[in-house]
Design a protein around this ligand. Structure first.
Ligand code: GLU
Length: 304
């Protein structure tokens, strides 16, 4: 497979999309990110890395962090997680409140904001320092001990995160948040505020492509069955209310964030990350989604 050639074709084909869509504005620190940034990195299980564009540049991973916190919580409490969070696609925006009322404070899945707030709450109850633990996990899986929080983004989101506070208070009224809301939000905003590059993201997802084991160190993270279940959630719930469209067009389990990143895995083969800050109305990167669609089309590789 000539990944260099394929990535360069993709770059040319997605360039017209840089000027379409909108960069996230509701988190003020992200509003000034240039819309014509674009990076893509493919990392194979053998450790080969192929990149194009701004693949080495760090950006705000935002909701991609939900995959890491889900992994930590699922590893820790297993099936008990499903007493507090569902595993169905939401079909609603990532920060929606309406569904929670109907469903009595149980979020549809762990990859939307409400679900991830419950993950943060569980980590707070079970561990001493959930902010540090997630960072340690990401540094290990990405192979870069320098990965860190972006404190400007975290502070910015704290000031404007009214909906997330509302979601947490609302769930607390249903007894599905057990810790003080401010503490839960502090953990949640930190997790969203990690800065990483496409290269680091692609490598950090390899354990999900490799049945739960980090390929280059052979370190066990989760079981084969747990990796299967997390990948299934990514496929059905990873792209907000566009998860169906993404599965249709791309055919890979993946997770997006409003910083413009998307990471996807092809089990037993590779991890792939893209970054394009201009988003469609659901909050997914326009160029990133197109790039992944072109990637699976040109390589002929997907889970189907
Ligand atoms: N920190 C963002 C929020 O809570 C994450 C949203 C996202 O990337 O989906 O609104």
């Amino acid at each position: 497979m000539n990944y260099h050639q394929i990535l360069s074709e993709i770059y040319n084909e997605v360039t017209p999309l840089f000027s379409k869509g909108k960069v996230t504005r509701y988190i003020p620190a992200l509003a000034s990110v240039p819309p014509d940034k674009f990076g893509m990195a493919v990392c194979t299980l053998e450790g080969e890395m192929f990149t194009i564009g701004d693949a080495q540049e760090s950006f705000s991973i935002q909701s991609i962090s939900k995959v890491y916190s889900l992994t930590l919580v699922f590893k820790m409490i297993g099936e008990n997680l499903w007493d507090r969070v569902g595993k169905e696609p939401s079909g609603n925006p990532f920060n929606s409140l309406v569904q929670l009322e109907y469903e009595r404070g149980i979020p549809r899945n762990p990859l939307i904001n409400a679900g991830s707030l419950v993950l943060a709450d569980i980590l707070l109850s079970k561990t001493r320092d959930p902010k540090k633990d997630l960072l340690v996990f990401v540094r290990k899986t990405s192979g870069n001990p320098a990965v860190d929080y972006d404190n400007a983004v975290i502070a910015s989101e704290k000031i404007t995160g009214h909906r997330n506070f509302a979601l947490a208070h609302f769930m607390q009224s249903f007894n599905n948040i057990h810790n003080p809301v401010d503490d839960v939000l502090d953990v949640y905003f930190h997790h969203c505020g990690i800065a990483m590059s496409c290269v680091e993201l692609a490598r950090s997802f390899l354990f999900l492509a490799n049945h739960g084991v980090i390929p280059d160190t052979d370190e066990y993270i989760i079981s084969k069955s747990e990796a299967k279940r997390i990948n299934a959630l990514l496929l059905t719930c990873g792209l907000y209310d566009e998860s169906g469209d993404f599965a249709f067009r791309v055919g890979l389990p993946g997770k997006s964030g409003v910083g413009g990143g998307i990471v996807a895995v092809l089990p037993e083969k590779l991890g792939v990350a893209v970054w394009g800050p201009s988003l469609d109305p659901s909050g997914n990167s326009l160029a990133g989604t197109k790039a992944l669609e072109l990637f699976t089309t040109k390589t002929g590789m997907s889970v189907f």
